[in-house]
Design a protein. Structure first.
Length: 720
């Protein structure tokens, strides 16, 4: 049930359109405690009115449709048969509401579970349970000019909707849930605009967009070869991106070369610099930087073969490791594979004594092979994949694996460097976790730049046909690499997912990345507490990066959070242009509070720990003012620190722990905290190196900003 299951606008769209009628019908999905899909049903209108609805669709009678859907007799019903007694996660989807989920317990026999979207989503009479984004699209240079017909697309994981601005340039997108949304706006004669909108409460958000004029174009021809006789290439993908580091989001202009090898990119801003990429399977992904719109009118380029390059992923099922190997160019023969019980560096030095493996071609996908390797133990192994192209060029690819790492993918970021995209850990499997890179989100750091005059791949021209030498050719064979892997979750308090690791080689992060992780639906009864954290190796703690806006998709069981690129250094990543080394960080989903929600009205900073003294064994403690990262009865290994922060003392909180010799053994960085609340944080009894501290007395000095918060230190005692 719900007041907005169908709107007047929906009824109008259904006129003579049976597909639109089907699209509006709610659906219900059931998952068992193991996360397996066990049932699915559409909420079909009762038979007594279903025929009348179909007749109204056929005749285009929107008024009758609306009346039937909102009548008591027309309320849709669902039936999911053949379910065993037990606990399930029920997910309900209706286009005009956020996706809703709840845990239910089914008994033997018939079970009736009714859903009212208004009350289920926390609303009621006159209380909104959805958000709306609306605004006006205008000319940046002439705000009075409203851009009628502008196209506005809003996306988040599992949701995409496109609307058109009306005659006054106005648009509205309704039925939105909480989370982060990406917006793309286009209008004829104007530049593309990309932006993002964060929805943290159910209300109407105004998002006006002013588009700059995009009167410039870039044209050119793609050649397969220039000599001995020119041969043009049809079907090359051209991507053009604005070179502007101040923009939060960048839009990608795309075109495809025609039968004459020609392409055209419209909508560029006069005087702005752009970067152009050419993407063709089996060819080098190259880029040319510094193309000034209005000054440069055309760029021709000749394709070059790439070296053999491979993407590799594996999934572990029981004691078997299934590898999938994909070649980025067509090979004359299948690669060879072998594995050995050594690390990557050792196998690179010598593959003597390695076991040869058998590859099987995947018939449904060209240049793809698979092989299965049984693992007799939990030790570390490395696979070597060797591929040779038709020119005799050889590449060796190495990937480490062990039973503890249940899935991993290593991919070259060829096209992603140009236009962004997803790196999925298991695209065709049961884990939808992914890292989403926005346009311009990652820069390759290993490739050099050469003057255009010295690069034989490109030729740039001005509008008068003169050679243009103001740009730089960048790169060659792409070497930016991302690895995405997972291992089983630990017993860490509040963790409700596996542990995922993201690694980058020869790349730096320039824009915020979106991390999407799969969580255990069965262990989550209140998804409002879900958040994503990274593991801080310096403090041995799981921490939140920045102020997260969580996007929850109960339908595929994922949580998404954008990771601030300016803060990635604390998560193991660098944002400097010379970040050449391998960078990595671990992420996981937690189901514990991230912000304080219990007020503290006092005027003095207070702090104590419990239990005290304490051992380093697992124990459950009781929280009297649940707040920050605390559950009501969390399980910890050390001691719980509770502090109360007066409303006048907001600031960065750090806790310094010393031994009796005055040596600093641990720093707990709590980040910036808002005054007027209670906060809890565990000290697990470990030092800054991750080793357990010895029995004895320790002293804790809390600081807010640069000032001590207490006159005397807090005494902590460890007993073993």
């Amino acid at each position: 049930m719900g007041q907005k299951i169908i709107t007047a606008k929906d009824a109008e769209a259904m006129k003579n359109n049976f597909d639109a009628f089907i699209d509006i019908i709610p659906t219900v999905v059931l998952y068992d405690s193991a996360g397996k899909l066990t049932g699915f049903s559409m909420e079909v209108p009762p038979p007594a009115v279903f025929g009348q609805m179909l007749a109204a669709v056929a005749t285009g009678d929107a008024t009758t449709l609306m009346n039937l859907f909102t009548s008591e007799a027309g309320k849709p019903v669902y039936v999911i048969p053949y379910q065993k007694p037990g606990t399930y996660s029920m997910v309900v989807y209706s286009p005009n509401y956020p996706i809703y989920s709840q845990q239910i317990t089914l008994a033997a026999g018939d079970n009736i579970v009714n859903i009212n979207f208004e009350t289920a989503l926390g609303g009621g009479e006159n209380v909104p349970v959805t958000a709306t984004i609306s605004g006006t699209i205008t000319d940046k240079d002439n705000p009075a000019a409203k851009l009628a017909g502008a196209s506005i697309t809003l996306k988040t994981r599992g949701f995409e909707k496109t609307v058109t601005a009306d005659s006054d340039g106005k648009y509205s997108i309704e039925g939105l849930g909480l989370g982060l949304y990406y917006m793309g706006v286009s209008a004829s004669g104007y530049a593309l605009k990309a932006d993002k909108v964060s929805i943290s409460e159910y209300k109407t958000i105004t998002k006006d967009i002013a588009l700059p004029a995009g009167g410039e174009s870039l044209t050119g021809t793609v050649y397969a070869r220039k000599f001995p006789s020119p041969l043009v290439y049809e079907g090359a993908k051209i991507v053009v991106v604005l070179e502007d580091v101040t923009e939060t989001m960048l839009a990608a202009y795309t075109a495809t070369s025609d039968s004459d090898g020609k392409y055209t990119i419209n909508g560029l801003i006069n005087g702005k610099k752009y970067r152009l990429f050419v993407i063709v399977p089996g060819k080098k992904v190259e880029a040319i930087s510094g193309l000034t719109a209005g000054l440069v009118s055309g760029v021709d380029f000749t394709l070059k073969d790439m070296l053999p390059e491979l993407n590799v992923k594996f999934i572990i099922d029981g004691s078997n490791v299934t590898f999938n190997i994909f070649s980025l160019k067509t090979l004359p023969t299948a690669p060879t594979v072998l594995h050995k019980k050594v690390d990557k560096a050792s196998l690179q030095q010598s593959d003597g004594g390695a076991t040869a493996d058998t590859l099987t071609a995947v018939t449904t996908s060209s240049d793809t092979w698979t092989c299965v390797v049984p693992l007799p133990d939990s030790d570390l192994y490395t696979m070597k994949v060797s591929a040779t192209d038709s020119a005799g060029q050889l590449i060796d690819k190495y990937i480490e694996f062990k039973l503890a790492t249940t899935a991993k993918i290593e991919v070259l970021l060829n096209e992603i460097l140009a236009e962004g995209g997803d790196v999925n850990i298991d695209e065709t499997g049961t884990d939808p976790s992914a890292v989403t890179v926005p346009v311009g989100g990652i820069e390759e750091t290993s490739s050099g730049a050469t003057n255009l005059a010295d690069n034989s791949s490109f030729s740039a021209y001005t509008a008068t046909g003169e050679k243009y030498y103001g740009a730089m050719a960048i790169g060659g064979a792409t070497s930016a690499l991302m690895s995405f892997s997972k291992q089983a979750q630990t017993t860490t308090t509040g963790m409700v997912s596996d542990i995922y690791e993201v690694s980058l080689e020869n790349a730096s992060i320039e824009k915020d990345l979106l991390v999407t992780l799969y969580y255990d639906r069965a262990s989550v009864t209140d998804n409002t507490l879900l958040n994503i954290r990274y593991y801080d190796t310096a403090t041995s703690e799981w921490k939140i990066i920045g102020d997260q806006q969580i996007t929850i998709n109960p339908l595929d069981g994922t949580v998404s959070a954008e990771m601030d690129s300016t803060k990635f250094s604390s998560a193991g990543f660098g944002s400097l242009a010379n970040a050449m080394a391998t960078q990595s960080s671990q992420f996981a989903v937690f189901n514990i509070k991230t912000t304080a929600n219990d007020d503290y009205a006092g005027t003095e900073f207070t702090m104590y720990n419990f239990p005290n003294p304490f051992d380093l064994n697992s124990k459950t403690v009781t929280i009297t003012n649940p707040s920050a990262t605390a559950q009501a009865n969390p399980n910890i290994t050390g001691t719980m620190l509770k502090y109360s922060l007066p409303s006048t003392m907001s600031g960065a909180v750090k806790l310094y722990i010393y031994n009796v010799a005055g040596e600093l053994v641990r720093t707990i960085d709590e980040g910036t905290k808002t005054g007027g609340f209670y906060y809890y944080v565990e000290w697990d009894g470990k030092n800054k190196d991750g080793a357990s501290c010895a029995s004895g007395v320790y002293f804790l000095i809390p600081k807010v900003g640069d000032k001590k918060a207490l006159d005397k230190p807090v005494k902590l005692a460890i007993i073993k």
